[in-house]
Write a protein that binds this ligand. Sequence first.
Ligand code: ADE
Length: 237
Amino acid sequence: MRFDIITLFPDFFTSPLSSGLLGKALIKQIAAVHLVNPRNFTTDKHHKVDDEPYGGGVGMLMKLEPIFAAVESLPILPRREVILMTPQGQTINQPLLRELTTSYDQLVIICGSYEGVDERVLHLVTREVSLGDFVLTGGEIPALALINGVVRLLPGTVGKVESLKAESFEAGLLDYPQYTRPADFRGWKVPDVLLSGNHQQIAHWRYEQQIERTHQRRPDLYENWLNSDGAQEPEKL
Ligand code: ADE
């Protein structure tokens, strides 16, 4: 998977892209990230990348020409999506990450800054994506969240494929509680079933916990799960 990030703040990405599992995945060339600064595509002597909005209003908008020039400088892979990070877009969720991972070889991600971008940038864009119903100062953090979530799903990033399948959201349920040593910390004990060695009982308990937690914490997800094909009573497992 190739990512091209269009950003006025390429330095912002240095540490997140070199740390942890994401950093390892990039070293292993599971994915490649290219950072492109629209400022390098300005033609005026002040390298101007923002301007006032027509009609007045607060703040500045990102200018079109440097963004177009930056995107048009990129190679074009066959299965390519050009994404604008914006609070107006579709919210990132696990099905969206899965779709991006399986359907594309190249994700061009445009990070808006200031008060946003000139609307005509949408002529370049095939999809608008949001991190959630809140406003940040720019699209860099949302872009990092998207890259992280997509790379995590690529084969070879996470050790065991099972650890992807079983966890939150992949089955439409929240994750079950997990514990590691010690079995007793200040009187807070690990549930007996997890020490039992009975794998069938453990799987059953975990599934029950997932259903219970989702019901309590995320009634919206629970309703969707109940109406989905994958929903099964724990007794029937
Ligand atoms: N830019 C600013 N806020 C954002 C958000 N919530 N999602 C995506 N891009 C953004």
